[in-house]
Design a protein around this ligand. Structure first.
Ligand code: HEC
Ligand code: HEC
Length: 217
């Protein structure tokens, strides 16, 4: 099994090794079959579905006005589909209405809507903001890997497996990191979970603020 190898001395090697395999226990397994299924989805059908089920909270373009509701424009269809399946299975905690949007729908609907939002534009970065040390270098003594190693130097992510964090609402990011820390959201990459668990609440707040301030989207 090929995994993302990260060295705390280098923030560039992740992703050069080819596709990551997200391990069992971290929600939906991204098998070849799933990857191929998602790649054949129909974004126009997904647009109709989004109009019925998602726009109230995420907008048709995937930009949300509420700080607890994430922007979802430009997420890779594969990452997006995995999140929807994890909401559906309960592997990922979801607020009631978000979970309800994923019930009584087909996998095809979910793949289509993921493809629709994947096609909505993101503007990667608009601000120059110095990253907190943890983002750039991690902290080897505490077993914290540099976030930038996987989420990119500018928080742009590494599609299709690793989401961008730039411009995301800080409040949303803080909530997710709290869940990583208290173990209620085991669907993240295991190496990342270990890193985020070793951070203090103050540090996760700083990191979340940083990513939001990078702007874009
Ligand atoms: C009632 C409001 C609401 C509706 C309707 C809704 N969502 Fe959400 N969505 C949320 C909230 C709130 C979250 C944050 C969940 C959390 O706290 O983990 C979320 C999270 C997500 C995420 C996770 C993003 C990430 O970066 O991991 C995705 C993907 C998503 N929604 C897609 C959809 C799609 C597609 C639909 C329509 C089928 C939809 N949502 C309908 C409120 C909503
Ligand atoms: C080994 C690679 C790796 C490292 C290092 C890493 N992440 Fe992640 N991160 C991921 C993956 C993969 C996901 C998607 C998990 C999933 O599929 O649910 C993710 C998801 C996230 C999310 C959720 C994003 C969303 O849209 O809901 C946050 C927040 C996050 N990471 C923060 C961090 C922070 C902060 C650090 C640095 C301490 C970090 N990550 C380091 C791989 C990594």
């Amino acid at each position: 099994m090929r995994r993302c190898t990260v060295s705390v001395l280098s923030v560039t090697i992740c992703g050069l090794l080819g596709p990551l395999t997200v391990e069992a226990g971290s929600g939906l397994a991204l098998t070849e079959e799933v990857i191929s299924f998602v790649s054949q989805a129909d974004p126009e059908a997904g647009k109709d579905f989004a109009q019925k089920k998602c726009i109230r909270c995420h907008g048709l373009d995937g930009i949300s006005k509420d700080a607890a509701t994430p922007h979802i424009s430009g997420l890779s269809a594969l990452y997006h589909y995995k999140q929807l399946k994890d909401f559906q299975s309960g592997d990922r905690y979801a607020p009631r209405l978000m979970r309800r949007s994923c019930q009584n729908v087909t996998d095809q609907d979910l793949a289509n809507v993921a493809a629709w939002y994947a096609g909505q534009p993101t503007i990667p970065t608009v601000n120059t903001v110095n990253p907190p040390d943890l983002v750039r270098n991690g902290d080897p003594q505490r077993g914290i890997l540099a976030c930038a190693a996987c989420h990119g130097q500018n928080g742009q992510g590494m599609p299709p497996h690793i989401p961008g964090l730039a411009a995301q609402h800080a409040e949303y990011l803080t909530v997710i990191m709290e869940r990583y820390r208290d173990g209620t959201m085991p669907t993240g990459d295991p190496v990342m979970l270990q890193s985020v668990m070793a951070m203090t609440g103050e540090e996760t707040d700083q990191v979340a603020e940083y990513y939001q301030r990078l702007g874009g989207r």
